[in-house]
Design a protein around this ligand. Structure first.
Ligand code: AMP
Length: 212
């Protein structure tokens, strides 16, 4: 899709709303870098870097990693960039204020999903260890032992996609991240998107917001 006027994009919304799925699709269609703070952190944990070691215990508990660590990690990747898709950052008002000092934002897509649906989706979410695709056992009719429908790779569950951690992550979202909705609404950057619809419809709604 050519001609998107808005290229500095933030995806906001609770865990499981579909930010990652939408961000990946947009990144490939618009040729913009996809910066997922969660993916970057999981890679750091995987290679047990100093940042990964510090972040791991917060992530396992479904808590937010301290602002200072995250702000530095993201700022170094977006300084001077023409465009980007931020997925999972900012997640606190302090992060949003820091972001304002590093880059201007064209639009914040607020992908909304209610608590019960978040829990239903995330308990059934699996990630392919080979191609990175995000799958959903329930909506795709896959059983627990299924392989990735795209590449045949192994599907695994994120450690923080267990029910009690999911519930806590949603509460953390409500307390610490949801205030960003009014933060960005006041700045006239917010576009509300109904995340309960099928992924293709959400994508179409996202594209409409980007070209408006
Ligand atoms: P996600 O993949 O976006 O759900 O992120 C997974 C976990 O990484 C979160 O539960 C947090 O522990 C941590 N994390 C990701 N992004 C941030 C952020 N912007 N600020 C603080 N912690 C984050």
């Amino acid at each position: 899709m050519g001609g998107a006027a808005k290229t500095r994009i933030v995806l906001l919304g609770p865990p499981g709303a579909g930010k990652g799925t939408q961000a990946k699709r947009l990144a490939s269609e618009l040729g913009l870098p996809h910066l997922s703070s969660g993916d970057i952190l999981r890679a750091e944990v995987g290679r047990q870097s100093p940042l990964g070691i510090r972040a791991q215990s917060y992530m396992d508990r479904g808590e937010l990693v301290p602002d200072a660590l995250i702000i530095e990690m993201i700022a170094s990747r977006i300084e001077g960039a023409e465009g980007f898709i931020l997925d999972g950052f900012p997640r606190t008002v302090a992060q949003a204020e820091a972001l304002e000092g590093v880059a201007s934002i064209d639009v914040v897509l607020n992908i909304m999903l209610e608590r019960g649906e978040v829990i239903r989706r995330l308990t059934a979410r699996r990630v392919c260890s080979d191609c990175g695709a995000i799958r959903n056992l329930a909506s795709e009719g896959l059983d627990e032992s299924a392989s990735c429908p795209s590449c045949g790779g192994t599907l695994s569950q994120r450690d923080d996609d267990r029910q009690e951690v999911i519930e806590h992550r949603f509460d953390v979202y409500t307390e610490q991240t949801a205030p960003l909705v009014s933060f960005y609404r006041e700045r006239r950057l917010l576009a509300d998107i109904d995340g309960s619809r099928p992924s293709d419809e959400v994508h179409a709604a996202v594209l409409r917001e980007l070209t408006q």
